[in-house]
Design a protein around this ligand. Structure first.
Ligand code: CIZ
Ligand code: SF4
Length: 302
């Protein structure tokens, strides 16, 4: 028997010509009702291509903002208006403007995990999938300020052997993964491959066989014969990994790497958001114009 909430969501989705987007870190039951599951940029790009009128973005606020900016003719709603990203909240546009005054010639690279207002103050955007490529495209004599994630920044700097200025931001959920967790699991599962997200701390990254974005983490088991994987990222990703590779085993580096903001969204709230057509996410046009340029700079290079 179909769950009545799932049925109601389907009815409302049809009625409003809506699509439901779910980030890779969402609860499994939300991923299962979604039209698309993916990373923040991929989802926004999918949304822009469809003829839907309404987008229900199950993720956190900066992701819904990106969708709103890339799909200006569609209405974007979030099931829970309090689902923010603590890392994105670690820098404001005013703080960034102040910092830029100290480094007048700096090129600001902002991770997609940032508010639209911070993107508007930046020169080029990046995701965890393309950060190294984006930074490598900037002439070597240019000074770079990387915001807000110091862990992703440090990872890119080490890949490129390049000095950068980092903002002191980080993801609390990824920083709960400790190298001890990974070492312990590896001793119990010596054949397992270790795959981690670059939002992890450098000591965790140093233990990894593969470092990748969520999309890259989902692809990785398909490209090798290993049966067991130790996964160092937000645990919502395990749902998709287990669905995609039912004959492989996925061990969270720690069950503590759970993002409480991502998990604010529930199936009931998805239904209510479609009932009440809220919470609508908009970006003021004067910010959106500048932030879209920052995103477009990235898309032109990828
Ligand atoms: O861009 C995204 O969706 C995030 C936050 C992570 C990733 O690696 O996909
Ligand atoms: Fe932000 Fe980390 Fe949660 Fe992603 S997992 S939304 S970066 S706090």
């Amino acid at each position: 028997m179909t769950d009545p909430i799932v049925e109601r969501i389907s009815e409302l989705r049809k009625k409003h010509n809506a699509i439901i987007l779910a980030h890779n870190y969402q609860r499994g039951e939300i991923q299962d009702v979604a039209d698309f599951v993916g990373d923040s940029l991929g989802l926004s790009q999918q949304a822009a291509k469809t003829d839907a009128d309404l987008i229900v973005f199950c993720g956190v606020h900066f992701m819904a903002e990106t969708a709103a900016m890339l799909c200006p003719d569609k209405t974007v709603i979030m099931p829970d208006e309090n689902a923010g990203c603590p890392m994105a909240a670690m820098i404001t546009a005013r703080e960034l403007r102040e910092k830029k005054k100290l480094y007048p010639d700096v090129t600001v690279v902002c991770y997609v995990n940032s508010t639209a207002a911070v993107k508007a103050e930046s020169d080029i955007c990046c995701t965890s999938a393309n950060a190294t490529k984006i930074v490598a495209s900037i002439p070597k004599d240019r000074e770079i300020l990387f915001v807000p994630d110091k862990s992703l920044g440090a990872y890119v700097a080490s890949c490129l052997n390049r000095k950068m200025i980092f903002w002191d931001g980080y993801c609390p959920s990824h920083h709960r993964i400790l190298s001890e967790h990974v070492v312990q699991l590896k001793s119990e599962h010596p054949d397992a491959k270790i795959v981690v997200h670059p939002e992890c701390t450098p000591d965790v990254i140093a233990l990894a066989d593969h470092v990748a974005s969520t999309t890259g983490i989902i692809k990785y088991p398909g490209s090798n014969h290993t049966k067991e994987f130790i996964v160092g990222t937000e645990i919502g990703i395990l749902h998709r990994l287990r669905q995609t590779y039912p004959d492989k085993t996925f061990l969270p580096a720690t069950p503590l790497s759970d993002c409480p903001n991502m998990k604010l969204n529930t199936l009931e709230k998805v239904m209510w958001s479609l009932e009440d057509l809220q919470f609508v996410v908009t970006v003021p046009e004067e910010i959106a114009v500048k932030a879209r340029k920052t995103i477009q700079q990235m898309l032109d290079l990828s």
